[in-house]
Design a protein around this ligand. Sequence first.
Ligand code: ADP
Length: 261
Amino acid sequence: TRDQRWLMRVAETGQGLMLVHLIDRSMAHAAERMRVDFVANASHELRTPLAAILGFIETLGDDDAGGDAETRNRFLGVMMNEARRMQGLVDDLISLSRIEADKHRAPDDAVDLAGLIGEVNRVVKQGPGGKDRELIVTIEPDVAAVAGDKGQLSQLLHNIVGNAIKYGRAGSPIRISMARSGANMIRLAVQDEGDGIEPAHLPRLTERFYRVDSGRSRAMGGTGLGLSIVKHIVERHRGRLDITSIPGTGTTVSIMLPTAP
Ligand code: ADP
């Protein structure tokens, strides 16, 4: 091909080392840039609820303001929400760094994904927005166990089903299906009915802190890290993540995972 011929010429003229050095340097630059952006974003996300909590503490400490019990309770409620937001964010940050630290070792426990779906659904049904949603689960009879890390797969399911609840239309059902794909993969799909996602956003959804609608995500208690965590878990499992969406109709998140040997 033309690329190969070009590389041969680079090698012959002795420019190869220079080229490798340049590529190396630009990759190091990109990695450093991402790290700096990540720290800046995480700090900003933590500082906002922290500022709110400090503001309310100050007001409560002031004798003139927040004197009656009703106002005090209202302030405490807001502080509780903000503290929960910080807790969610810190939990997600810890998860991300743990998954990343383990990324070179593919997990190999045999995990009963079908059983896990049942467990996660029970928890999600109890959570915010879960009560009025129907979770329709279809599992093909021949699905095998997947090779994985049970805790991480549970978190993956939580994040995806949780998003379907958060961003799907109130009262609409969520369809979860599981089937074999080829000889040694399992395909898991979670489909919601909702506003969907415009195509331009799709490639960026798994970036840390990327949100299509920040206000909506925050109002629903989102951290902007859920799909980034999903992506890292899928990569660690040597699987594949695919998100397709029809604006105005709904979104399907599908995940391929290798079966256990
Ligand atoms: P968040 O905590 O904001 O939900 P995620 O990383 O899980 O963060 O998702 C990133 C963004 O992708 C969300 O803020 C939302 O805009 C969009 N998104 C994720 N799942 C869905 C879905 N099922 N339907 C529509 N939009 C979604």
